[in-house]
Design a protein around this ligand. Sequence first.
Ligand code: NAD
Length: 357
Amino acid sequence: MIIDHNNLRTLAREMLIASGSEDDEPAIVSDNLVDANLLGHDSHGIGMLPRYLEAVRAGELTVNQHARIDVDTGSMLTVDGGAGYGQVIGMEAMDIGIERTRQHGVCVLATRHSFHLGRIGAWGERCAEAGLVSMHYVNVVGHSGLVAPYRGSDARYATNPYCCTLPGTPGQEQVVLDMATTLMAQGKIRVARNKGERLPEGVVIDGQGRPSTDPEVMFQSPQGAMMPFATYKGYGLALVCELLAGVLSGGGTCRPQTNRNHDTILNNMLSIIIDPTRLVGQDFFDSEAAATLSHVKASPPLNPDEPVLVPGDPERATGKQRRADGIPVDEQSWRLFADAALTAGIAEDRIEALARV
Ligand code: NAD
């Protein structure tokens, strides 16, 4: 199925309203999810909404929460999300962080107890749009582990994403490095399962620690585990995310003692936001960053059809194409989404009317 992004926004918004979200919350959450689809990250798009609404019903996600400042030393802050929608908490937390960075030149911002913060690149992009550089270290707490540490055979933590962004410079777009620390993001395993596809070698091991290409191993008992990218280097970055986000925020780390329920996806995030002009001045930042990106991109491609890109380019290209042509939604993902809409109380003919380009 190919669905127009505005139709998806409308349907997701109506589902959120029917589930108790008020004021700007339905629009903020639905826009963030559909934007992830537009940018090609279906793993963090509307496919998450059925799980969110289930979590609302289970009392794991609290609607209509706002970022609450718990620790405030000026340039260092801790914000608590009260298990509210990460799309709202993340946006409000970033806006506080941006304002403090403008005052102090730098802000260390810990966000804790937020429900799923979605695509972390959205938070980096928000800082970059304000002309700021940022780094975000994220962990997940509340459900059992998903990822095996390097040399381990069972899951001990989640897909802990890392994001670093730089603002656009003359002639160059933003740099948006935004990635799970696993070979494949968890939602992409869900999407492969929904499509009945096998996974590439090396992405998961089964519940006995044996290599597998079956996405089902992550949904069986005993559950399998996902593998870190780049062996011990990816594992090292994931562990740093676990420690910086989980410990410094006070939100906790992924351990049996902190598990609650499989539908809980509480994110903690340590963000470091920097005003580059306080260090080097706008002119130097612009010219040097732009020259570096041009230099790197000018490397002759090994394959003429695959030019060198910078992080953020693939998402911008997919966004341009999907905005024009619509968002492809596989049948199983659509069925789960439409079922969730029905459960939320949306009429069947309304769902059908919106399921088109
Ligand atoms: P990915 O592998 O698709 O991309 C990772 C990064 O590589 C991106 O910055 C992308 O622009 C860049 N990239 C891709 N191809 C490139 C190329 N040819 N040249 C240069 N750069 C290139 O992303 P992923 O690891 O699958 O993560 C998907 C999303 O999942 C991210 O948005 C992440 O924030 C999100 N995530 C969220 C959570 C959470 O708990 N909230 C957990 C894990 C992942």
